[in-house]
Ligand binder design. Structure first.
Ligand code: NAP
Length: 388
């Protein structure tokens, strides 16, 4: 009997619908190739973004969120951020409504893709970025406002001196959110047999927020994974047996930006508060050829949404020239999340082989030597031909 899995999907705005069609075709072909008909995906389209607003005057209908909750999963194309609608960002709204607390971004090199560094193949990291706190809370008050004046006066009473004409922002970082993020990162490293988890922070300056993120991370590793992890500083003596264990280490954020360039091979999983992870994941992606080949997922306790990292690239919309790799690779992450590992591997193999043969869309072709670009739909066909 065929196992049917319902996958809700949001096509998205701009280039979203085109890269979604290409990605769904490649994902279905990977399932077919690896399961001999025993598994089938049943795609269920959901409304959100521009198209939804035109249809129902709603940017993010509640039925869309309910369907994602019900099925626990979704594949999502990029969505336009509505200007002047009262919604800060649809993507942020989805993450908050479903409490998708971990933004997971694997970054690796694909042969054939042009890179600004000499040895891009040394980069193979998975970034777990906290998705609900820190600057993402968006707590701030305008310079000169009553609220800013009230906060400045409170700060004065607490012994902090802040210029009267300051705008004020607050970055909360909690034990609960930090620990669940680090827990997810450590579990991922254990499941995939990866050698280390690095806590990236700015705790040398912000001791009680960024520094606490680091301390809670170490505390959690010791309390919940004592037999499977070892702390880097404690293993330095050489007396601890580190074989088969995940090494937990930490790096100050500015140093980490050097490390990704000078010693990328020494890092595998990174766990970061929101802002550090935002900068770092784009910097890592740039080293391997940019956002066009960078997939992403937003994961909570019981729901996961897989999405391309880039936006709607409106100037390429409807032209069949956008790069579908980011969404296809997010689809591969989704297959792995569903336990369909061989389909995920087949899809990644197909993309690897296609790019390695110099078959790529214009964004990558223009950086390579002597490569003529192919369109979105042709790229999908070429990937499907190489799934075996
Ligand atoms: P963007 O859509 O990512 O596009 C910026 C540039 O990146 C494009 O002009 C293009 O560069 C390149 N690009 C991105 N994706 C590409 C692809 N698949 N194939 C080929 N080239 C690609 O960023 P943006 O222009 O800042 O944002 C546009 C809209 O998307 C905004 O409304 C923004 O809020 C939204 N957005 C949504 C998400 C999301 O849904 N997760 C994420 C980011 C932004 P070149 O011009 O150099 O060719």
């Amino acid at each position: 009997m065929t196992r049917k899995i319902v996958i809700p999907f949001i096509p998205g705005d701009g280039i979203g619908p085109e890269i979604m069609v290409a990605s769904r075709l490649a994902i279905d072909a990977a399932i077919e190739e690896s399961s001999d008909g025993s598994t089938e995906l049943v795609w269920k389209e959901l409304d959100a973004g521009d198209a939804s607003f035109k249809k129902s005057r709603e940017w993010l209908p509640s039925e869309t969120l309910s369907a994602i909750k019900e099925h626990g999963i979704a594949l999502k194309g990029p969505l336009t951020t509505p200007v002047g609608s009262g919604i800060r960002s649809l993507n942020v709204a989805i993450r908050q409504a479903l409490d998708l607390y971990a933004n997971v971004r694997p970054v690796r090199y694909f042969k054939g893709v042009s890179s600004p560094v000499r040895e891009p193949q040394k980069m193979n990291m998975v970034i777990f970025r906290e998705n609900t706190e820190d600057v993402y809370k968006g707590i701030e008050w305008k310079s000169g406002s009553q609220e800013a004046a009230a906060v400045i006066s409170l700060l004065k009473n607490l012994g902090a001196s802040v210029r009267e004409d300051s705008a004020v922002g607050i970055k909360p970082i909690s034990e609960h959110a930090s620990k669940r993020l680090v827990r997810a990162a450590i579990k991922y490293a254990i499941r995939h047999g990866l050698p280390s988890v690095t806590l990236v922070h700015k705790g040398n300056i912000m001791k009680f927020t960024e520094g606490a993120f680091r301390d809670w991370g170490y505390e959690l590793a010791k309390a919940e994974f004592p037999g499977q992890t070892v702390i880097e500083s404690e293993s330095a003596s050489g007396r601890l047996d580190v074989r088969g264990k995940v090494i937990i280490k930490d790096r100050i954020a500015d140093n980490m930006f050097q490390q990704i360039l000078t010693r990328p091979e020494e890092y595998s999983v990174l766990a970061t508060p929101n802002l550090n992870g935002d900068y770092l994941s784009d910097a890592c992606a740039a080293q391997v050829g940019g956002l066009g080949v960078a997939p992403g997922a937003n994961i909570g306790e019981s729901v996961a949404v897989f999405e391309s990292v880039h936006g709607t690239a409106p100037k390429y919309a409807g032209r069949d020239i956008a790069n579908p790799c980011s969404l296809m690779l997010s689809g591969a992450m989704m297959l792995e999340h569903l336990g369909l590992d061989s389909a995920a591997s087949a899809l990644v193999r197909g993309i690897e082989a296609t790019l390695a043969e110099g078959i790529m869309t214009q964004d990558l072709a223009r950086l390579a030597h002597d490569v003529s670009p192919v369109g979105t739909s042709v790229f999908a066909v070429e990937v499907i031909r190489r799934l075996r």
